[in-house]
Design a protein around this ligand. Structure first.
Ligand code: FES
Length: 172
């Protein structure tokens, strides 16, 4: 801006106003303290276009089905990779996690009730390994079963899709 004012000074001698601004000619007026909003707008556009996209995990939840021939209900959610436990994602998205007993007696995610069981049908590589709590509660259960309160969705760098069977107990 200062460079523009200096260049204009060479074109025509300035006339100073009572408020301190400079008249360059009869059509243009440049105040001494001109806001620089244009340059800020350009830099903010540049910063948004270069922002990195956060890795994200897509989740698909299949509802329980006591009859093998009927359709599953399917619910979907998304989460930033490595940011949340599966239990919290389900509760935040109002996706039912607990069976009747667990609804009343669950430990609130403390890893001490074993009622937040889900089955990972696809995408288990996008989750953390089974914790020692899970090894204790799920010792005699299929390897695909997890405790939702112990399961971290993503590792902050990966992305992809995880398919979860809710309340897999009805299958066994
Ligand atoms: S909520 Fe109790 S073990 Fe997961």
């Amino acid at each position: 801006m200062a460079a523009v004012q200096v260049a204009l000074k060479f074109l025509q001698p300035p006339e100073t106003t009572s408020s301190g601004g400079i008249y360059v000619n009869s059509f243009s007026y440049f105040p001494r303290k001109r806001p620089m909003s244009a340059s800020f707008a350009v830099s903010s556009l540049e910063s948004t276009s270069t922002e990195a996209v956060e890795p994200e995990i897509e989740l698909e939840f299949l509802g329980p089905n006591s009859r093998s021939d009927g359709p599953y209900t399917v619910e979907r959610a998304k989460a930033r990779s490595g940011e949340k436990l599966l239990r919290n994602i389900m509760l935040d998205n109002k996706i039912e996690l607990y069976a009747t007993y667990g609804k009343v007696m669950n430990c609130g995610g403390g890893g001490s009730c074993g009622t937040c069981i889900v089955e990972i049908l696809d995408g288990k590589d996008l989750l953390n390994e089974r914790t020692s709590t899970e090894l204790r509660y799920l010792r005699k259960k299929p390897e695909s079963w997890r405790l939702a309160c112990q399961t971290i969705v993503g590792n902050k760098e990966n992305s992809g899709k995880v398919v979860v069977q809710r309340l897999p107990q009805w299958k066994k």
